[in-house]
Design a protein around this ligand. Sequence first.
Ligand code: FAD
Ligand code: DLZ
Ligand code: SF4
Length: 510
Amino acid sequence: MTVLRLVLGDQCARSLSALEDLDPARDVVLMMEVRQEGTYVPHHAQKIALILSAMRHFARALAARGVRVDYVRLDDAGNTHSFGGEVARAVARHRPARIVLTQPGEWRVLEMARRWEDEHAIPVEIREDARFLNPLPEFFRWAGGRKQLRMEFFYREMRRATGLLMEEGEPAGGQWNLDAENRKPLPRGLRPPAPPRFAPDAITQEVIALVQREFNATFGTLDTFNWPVTAQEARIALDDFVAHRLPLFGDHQDAMAEGEPFLFHSLLSPAMNIGLLLPREVCDAAEAAWRAGLVPLNAAEGFIRQVLGWREYVRGLYWLRMPGYARMNALEAHRPLPAFYWTANSGMRCVDQAVAQTRDHAYAHHIQRLMVTGNYALLAGIHPDAVNEWYLAVYADAYQWVELPNVTGMVLHADGGVMASKPYAASGAYINRMSDHCGRCRFDVKRSAGEGACPFNALYWDFIARHAERFAANPRMAMPLATLRKMDPAKLAAMRATAAAHLDSVAPLG
Ligand code: FAD
Ligand code: DLZ
Ligand code: SF4
C-alpha cells in the first residue's frame, strides 16, 4: 500500500531520511506550498521566493527520476494553506498505509506532525534528520549532566568524531581554535571578490511574480534575488567561495565595511538550511583546499568551526531545550522593537547599514547580526519575542532551530548563560575598531554622554549598571563591573541620562 512521504520546503535534499526506502511504484511524495508557512512571521520576500523555487526545482528533479510527486501549488484551487489541511486532503486522495517524514526544523511543525497519527488513524513515522553531522541523541548524551554547554568543547568532540582537520588524533597545526588570528578589519583598498550570479530561470521568475502577487511582503526587495535554488547551483556557490573568498575568510571574518555586505563570507547558509548542500561536503571542500595549500589554516579552521561547531551545536541546544527555550527572558527585557529595524532610519550608521543590507539581500553577516542589530537589542532591553520574530522574518537562512538559540542564547543572554558565559555586550569602540561606519555617522563614537554621543556607549554603561547585581557572581564580568565601581558617579549619571533620552526618542513599532 502507498506510503505518503512528506518533503517540507527546507528539506530539499536527495539524501533526505524520509526518502530513503522510497518505492517509486508504490509511494507518493507530498510537497505543499501553503500560505500559513509564508505568513506565520512577516518573511522577507526573498526567503519565500527561495523556498518556493527550491521546492519546485526539487519536485521536478524527483519526477524526472520516476518518483510520483503530489505537488500542491500556492494558487491551486482548494489549497487549504496549512500543512495540516494539505496532509488531510492528501490522505483522502491517496489512502496511504502510513506517513513518513523527516523531523521538521521547527518545534511548532513537529507538534503539528505528532497529531496526525490520531487525526488520520494511520501510523506517522518521524525520522531523524540525517543531514546533520551530530545525531540528536548524541548531542543529548554530550549535554547530559553538564551545567554549561560550551560550544568549544562540543566542537572538539566533533573534530575527533569526524576526523576533520585532525592529524594522528591531534588538531592540525597543534591548536583547536585559531580565532585570535581572525579579527582583522578590512584594510583600505582591499575589495572582496563578488559572489557568483545565479540568473533566475523560468521557475524562479514565475515564483518571484507569485510572491509579488500573493504576499504582502513589505520588507525586502526581490530585484536582487541571487540565491542558488538547486543542488547544482549550490555546489557552484560552494566551489566559488572556496576558490575566491575562503583564503581571506578567517582574517576578515569579523570585519564590517561600508557598501560591502558579503565581504569574504560564504553565503551558503540559505542553501545548507534547505538541503541543497550538506554540511559534510561543505567542510570537506574547505579542508581539501587547506590540504592542497590553497587556503591558510586559520581560514579553513575558522570556517569549519562555524559549520561543524556552531551550526550543529545550536541545533542540538534547540531540541534539548525546547519548548521552554522560546519563553526565556532571563534579563527581563520588555521594550518593543524600534521601528528602525524595518526602516533603516535610526541615524546610527552601523545599524542602518545592517538593516538596509538585510532589506536588500535578506542577508547580513554574523558580526552585523551579533554586534550591531543584536548588540543594540541586548543593550536597549528589547523583549526576546520581538527580537526573535524579526530575525526569523528577515533572513533567507532563518529557521527557528538555528535562529532562536542565536538570538535568545547568543545575542540576548536571555537563557541566563546556558550558551554564552557572558553577554556579547559592546560599546561603540568595538564597532569602530571592526568597521568604517563611525566616520560616516552623525554620532560621535568617542563621546558617551550628551547630544550627539554614540548611543552604543551610553547604552552599554546603562546596561552594565542596570544588571550589575545580576552579573556580580560572573567572573567574566569582573572587568566592566570594576570599571563601573571606579567610575565618577556624575559621569555615569550623565551616560544613563543620555541612554534614557535616546530610548525615549526611539519610535517603537507602530
Ligand atoms: P559564513 O560566515 O560564511 O559562515 C559559514 C557557515 O557557518 C554559515 O553558512 C552557517 O551555516 C554556519 N554558521 C556560522 N555561524 C553560525 C551560528 N552562530 N549558528 C549556526 N550556524 C552558523 N544562521 C542561520 O543559518 N540562520 C539563522 O536564522 C541565523 N540567525 C542568526 C541570528 C543571530 C542574532 C546571529 C548572531 C546569528 C545567526 N545565524 C543564523 C548565524 C550566522 O550569522 C549565519 O549563519 C551566517 O551569517 C550566514 O551567512 P554565511 O553563510 O555567509 O556564513
Ligand atoms: C519558510 C517556508 C515558506 C515561506 N513556505 C513554505 C511552503 O509553502 N511549504 C513548505 O513546505 N515549507 C515552507 N517553508 C518552510 C517551512 O516553514 C519549514 O519547513 C518549517 O518552518 C520547518 O522548518
Ligand atoms: Fe554605530 Fe556609534 Fe559608530 Fe555611529 S558612532 S556608526 S552609532 S558605533
